[in-house]
Design a protein around this ligand. Structure first.
Ligand SMILES: Nc1nc2c(ncn2[C@@H]2O[C@H](COP(=O)(O)OP(=O)(O)OP(=O)(O)O)[C@@H](O)[C@H]2O)c(=O)[nH]1
Ligand SMILES: [Mg+2]
Length: 429
């Protein structure tokens, strides 16, 4: 059951009006609805949609039947007629019944933000794992909304919202979809096992893992390419990368680490998608160090950083050592650059500046090398001395009365494992 690809010749061009409803609940989330709408425009364009107009409404709660108010439905009809739109894309999630009601009343294809994102993912998935994960997310999204789709979708033909599970499948019963979900989960389990074996092998080989994470379009793949000469897909679009790519990165002192590029994050990332992509995102959990790439030129920089932190939290990776790379400094205004935090753990860079690439590898090496601690080990504790040699890099060793003073460079993780034995011998930090 392959994901259907776009056939540009027979495809109906999506001409869409975007709709945003700002409810009290949304206001409380603190997400700026205007920025979210700007992002919806980018998402729509990434999906190949022509955006004709944008409608907004403020309302305490959504209308249970229409989502937006009745008057706004009328306004949408007039706008669609006037501009020749065939699609309306909502910035918030709709129920199956709301989709059906709107489709019937307006004779438009109705898509919501989640569906649009799922659609972009479906068009991007290349590996078996990616394809299974996207179909799983699409079916999980579809199942509770089944009554809302079908008739109109098949009548309106191709375009967004129709990639992935084909029309005939939409018309089959829920049981069929549930069976398919079960089958996909089984297949995913298999793929996950293979991935775990690979990871296990990497772990045993002692390879140090560094993961590039960040908001979509921040420049993660560009950095992977610039740092390792990897041949990866880079586009000024949202979600250019779906499948993790790993490459060996040489650090200044000749040490090697494995650098992995990951799928970009976005606000309101559909929950089904996060759940389905957990296997892929596990790569982040495996990392010894996280490079958080930020588009410093974006007006949404702070919001985007928060989204990334909260997804890292959800994945259980928020406590990992992290370096924040403020990227695209070449297109930032001087006052934008001044506002950025600096100091240890932060770098202002451009992926296209070779000096900056060197600074990145130096900071990675520093971060992985960890801190230098001095231990005072009693002369008769040969076991502890040899432990120090095993877990860290002994820089200096001096005898002082009956003790030996060791100056040792340790990375936090390794030290953490042995601190129960070593911490009482730390002389100074
Ligand atoms: N001016 C400038 N553009 C950059 C820089 N780094 C990346 N870009 C551009 O930003 C766009 C997105 O880059 P990608 O590397 O595809 O971004 P990504 O984070 O991998 O994006 P997704 O895979 O979609 O999550 C491309 O057009 C890059 O050329 C930079 O330092 N300066
Ligand atoms: Mg990418």
């Amino acid at each position: 059951m392959a994901i259907t690809t776009h056939d540009t010749e027979t495809e109906i061009q999506d001409r869409a009006i975007l709709v945003s409803l700002v409810t009290d609940k949304i206001k409380r989330t603190g997400i700026d609805p205007e920025l979210s709408l700007q992002e919806l425009v980018q998402l729509a364009e990434t999906a190949g949609v022509e955006v004709l107009d944008v409608l907004r409404q403020n309302k305490e709660t959504p209308d249970s039947k229409w989502f937006i108010g009745k008057g706004k439905v009328e306004e949408l009809r007039m706008a669609a007629d006037g501009l020749g739109a065939n699609t309306a894309i909502f910035d918030q999630e709709l129920s199956g019944a709301q989709v059906r009601n709107l489709e019937e009343a307006l004779d438009l294809k109705i898509i919501d933000r989640t569906q649009l994102i799922l659609d972009i993912f479906a068009g991007r998935a290349k590996t078996r794992e990616g394809i299974i994960q996207v179909e799983l997310a699409q079916l999980s999204y579809l199942l509770p909304r089944l009554s809302g789709h079908g008739k109109n979708l098949s009548r309106l033909g191709g375009g967004i919202g129709t990639r992935g599970p084909g029309e005939s499948k939409l018309e089959t019963d829920r049981r069929h979809i549930r069976d398919r979900i079960t089958e996909l989960k089984r297949q995913l389990d298999e793929v996950v096992k293979t991935r775990e074996l690979h990871r296990e092998r990497r772990r045993k080989s002692g390879a140090v893992q560094v993961a590039l994470v960040g908001y979509t379009n921040a420049g993660k793949s560009t950095l992977l390419k610039q740092l390792t000469d990897a041949d990866v897909y880079i586009e000024n679009q949202l979600f250019a990368t779906l499948d993790p790519t790993s490459r060996v990165l040489q650090l200044p002192a000749g040490k090697e680490v494995v650098l992995t590029d990951t799928v970009g994050f976005i606000q309101n990332l559909p929950h089904d998608l996060v759940a389905s992509f957990r296997a892929t995102l596990e790569e982040v959990n495996e990392a010894n160090l996280v490079l958080h790439v930020v588009d410093a030129s974006s007006p949404m920089r702070e919001e985007q950083m928060e989204v990334v932190q909260s997804i890292l939290q959800e994945l259980g990776a928020a406590g990992k050592p992290q370096i924040v790379l403020f990227n695209k400094s070449d297109i930032c205004r001087p006052e934008q650059l001044q506002m950025l935090p600096s100091g240890p753990g932060f770098l202002k860079i451009s992926a296209f500046n070779p000096d900056d690439l060197t600074r990145i590898t130096e900071m990675i090496a520093d971060e992985l090398a960890g801190d230098t601690l001095t231990f005072r080990i009693p002369g008769d504790r040969g076991d502890l001395s040899s432990l120090l040699y095993r877990v860290g890099e002994v820089l200096e060793q001096n005898v002082d009365d009956n003790d030996v003073l060791y100056q040792v460079r340790l990375n936090k993780e390794d030290y953490g494992k042995w601190s129960y034995k070593l911490s009482e011998y730390v002389e100074q930090e």
